[in-house]
Design a protein around this ligand. Structure first.
Ligand code: IVH
Length: 667
């Protein structure tokens, strides 16, 4: 493509992608399928790669997270980012209303949800996103622009060429939080206590790829520095932010009296558990800007606004038992079994007690009355036992020394609080592994849930994941509640799963530390399981996202003879072991002189075999193909190179000898 054509197309693609992104992330009303978006994005990435002079920092392709930072720069807030005074009950709110009306007379309020996340400030110059920062101490915050760029609902460009600073809250939706913690649990990482900590933790990462992977979102709720004079009210200000393409929360309401405010609060106490994100209260703001100014601020907070804080709902119930479960990785977790009780919108009957240390620390005994609360209003937790209600019948708990499923001795790994069963043949672990293998993010075999797997496993019909692909109609018909139709559907689902792209299999195998995301990266990078199985720790660590721990775990996993057997068996059964998705990662992430280049190897190489050279080049992000064409960037010619070399010379393609190739590998 000619430069001018590319320039035009890049412009077009950016406009389309910006619009589709806005519809998807800000309005929550997508108009095109994800696949269309992905296709256009890849086209853009390709063109920007081909014509580096067309790259811009605010291109929609630049959301993946660039280079890691050494540290965060400080940013001074011209207008301090204040916090809010708190109200905990009706009388606090009536006092606030009285103070306001005494000072300025008749007024109206805007009520908004108090989003439980992290306050940020975003600067736009001539409509372009130029800087984002944290609140810090209110006067000086930290520059987290690179992380904020990865938040899809933050537009990189506004609908008007204004220069404006806006403020809002970055948060993690409840679903993303639960998923993130599930992944972390599977990978043996520490869990985040609530979505707020998860959001804060993500924005504080120096490597923007972490933030990019965390599915953060934003609501803007105020205008900071600006030179606008057409706005008279906060409510108009929020409508204006909408027009600029910024995301605001739509549940706001203008209230004329404090009684209307109280009504709004009552409504949201009810509706709160059903929101897809966390709120911890309601913010009440005087609407008119001139009245806000007249009221002014104290050192800490404005006099024209107040935050009503919801009380954390806590209930009492009886802890009837402590159950132990053995996870896929052998970790033995105690769970409190509770008399069912309603808290923050759902009925709770179980709560994880995490580990023995925690139970000891809180002195929780079987038979105790306990206080239950939802951590971050999602995950039930036992706050404490109610000692006054003890009868003397309560039984202190201690962890067993042996696995409740297989009887092997439990061990405590260095630096871990958890107890683990390390018997690879432990039936509980195998069963959990099977459940994981068929789960949605792994092989995604519909109809093969926990109950069916348990039956198959207990009846010795399935002992390892390969057995799933050997199941026959008659065997399935014997199971409880399995009719002709469900058996047929299940067999079809199993058959279909054979065609999955490699990353599903890799994730499903349950290699320690390899979550769904890492599996995708590995699959994309290696293309097929054989290449991955041959990779050494150092090769693996060439990939940005793969650290020492994961590399070690992958190599150890594939070294086991039974794993090799299993993979061979899966292949024989017709399970696909190649990557079928798009190839964008190499081009975007790998920083090497040959990243994204198309290379042809020809002739005899002395030091390395051609295959080995191909593998190494691919590790560096190059695409290695068999024939020379106009699309070829480099031809590497060994001795006795023939027609391919001639063709490359004819086409004026860059030609390297083996020494140059070695120099590249040694870099
Ligand atoms: S207004 C000067 N509106 O709550 C007033 N704050 O305790 C600036 N927050 O630091 C804040 N949702 O991080 C405002 N709709 C909302 C909010 C909100 C959440 C946070 C914000 C602020 C804290 C105050």
């Amino acid at each position: 493509m000619q430069f001018e054509d590319a320039q035009k197309r890049v412009e077009e693609l950016r406009q389309l992608l910006t619009r589709y992104g806005y519809e998807y992330y800000v309005l929550d009303q997508p108009t095109v399928p994800d696949s269309e978006y992905d296709k256009l994005m890849q086209e853009l990435i390709k063109l920007e790669e081909q014509f580096p002079e067309l790259r811009t920092t605010n291109s929609p392709s630049q959301r993946v997270g660039g280079e890691a930072l050494e540290g965060f720069k400080k940013v001074e807030h011209e207008i301090p980012m204040l916090s809010l005074g708190n109200a905990f009950n009706e009388s606090d709110l009536r006092d606030f209303d009285r103070r306001v009306r005494q000072a300025i007379g008749e007024t109206s309020y805007v009520c908004e949800l108090k989003i439980d996340g992290l306050a940020v400030s975003l600067r736009y110059e001539n409509g372009q996103f130029v800087q984002g920062s944290t609140r810090g101490d209110g006067t000086v915050g930290e520059d987290i622009t690179t992380n904020l760029r990865t938040v899809r609902s933050i537009p990189l460009q506004l609908n008007e060429e204004v220069t404006i600073e806006v403020r809002g809250e970055v948060f993690m939706p409840k679903k993303s939080f639960i998923k993130l913690n599930q992944e972390r649990e599977e990978n043996g990482e520490d869990l985040f206590a609530n979505p707020r900590n998860a959001a804060a933790g993500s924005l504080r990462q120096l490597d923007p790829k972490v933030a990019a992977s965390r599915n953060l979102d934003v609501f803007l709720y105020a205008i900071g520095e600006n030179n606008l004079d057409h706005l008279q009210r906060h409510s108009e200000g929020l409508d204006y932010l909408d027009r600029l393409g910024l995301k605001t929360n739509k549940e706001r309401r203008i209230c004329q009296t404090i009684d209307e405010v109280l009504q709004y609060i009552e409504e949201w106490k009810e509706k709160r558990p059903h929101l897809p994100y966390e709120i911890d209260g309601i913010v009440i703001k005087v609407d008119r800007y001139d009245q806000q100014e007249a009221l002014g601020t104290t050192v800490k907070s404005p006099r024209w606004a107040i935050a009503y804080k919801f009380p954390a709902e806590e209930v009492m119930t009886k802890l009837t038992n402590i159950e132990l479960s053995v996870g896929r990785t052998g970790v033995v977790t105690p769970t409190a079994i509770l008399d069912p009780v309603r808290v923050a919108g759902t009925t709770v009957q179980r709560a994880s007690l995490h580990n023995e240390d925690l139970i000891k620390e809180k002195d929780i005994r079987i038979g105790d009355y306990v206080i239950i609360r939802k951590a971050g209003d999602i995950i039930p937790e036992v706050v404490q036992s109610v000692v006054e209600k003890r009868t003397g019948e309560e039984v202190p708990f201690s962890m067993p020394t042996h696995c409740p499923a297989c009887g092997s001795e439990l061990i405590r790994l260095e630096e871990e609080v958890a107890l683990r069963c390390i018997n690879p043949k432990c039936p509980a672990q195998i069963r959990e592994g099977l459940i994981h293998f068929v789960s949605r993010n792994a092989m995604n075999i519909e109809g093969l849930g926990e109950k069916v797997i348990t039956q198959l496993f207990d009846n010795h019909l399935v002992n390892d994941v390969a057995d799933i692909y050997k199941l026959e109609r008659d065997q399935l018909l014997q199971l409880e509640r399995m009719g002709e139709k469900s058996v047929q559907n299940l067999l079809t689902a199993i058959e279909t799963s054979k065609d999955n792209s490699l990353e599903r299999l890799l994730f499903g195998l349950g290699i320690r530390h390899v979550g769904a995301k890492a599996a995708k990266i590995l699959a994309e990078h290696y293309g097929d399981i054989d290449s991955l199985m041959k990779a050494g720790e150092e090769d693996l660590q060439v990939i940005d996202e793969i650290g020492e721990k994961m590399a070690n775990s992958i190599v150890t996993y594939f070294q086991a003879p039974e794993v090799e057997e299993l993979i061979t068996e899966l292949k024989d059964l017709g399970v696909n072991v190649t990557y079928k998705g798009p190839h964008i990662k190499n081009a975007v992430n790998v920083k090497s002189p040959v990243a994204g280049k198309t290379i042809v190897l020809t002739g005899k190489l002395e030091v390395l075999s051609r295959n080995k050279a191909k593998e190494k080049l691919e590790l560096l992000g190059a695409k290695v193909t068999g024939s020379v064409s106009k699309k070829t960037d480099i031809v590497i010619a060994g001795s006795e190179a023939g027609s391919k070399l001639t063709k490359a010379q004819d086409l004026g393609i860059e030609i390297w000898n083996e020494e140059q190739l070695q120099a590249l590998f040694n870099q």
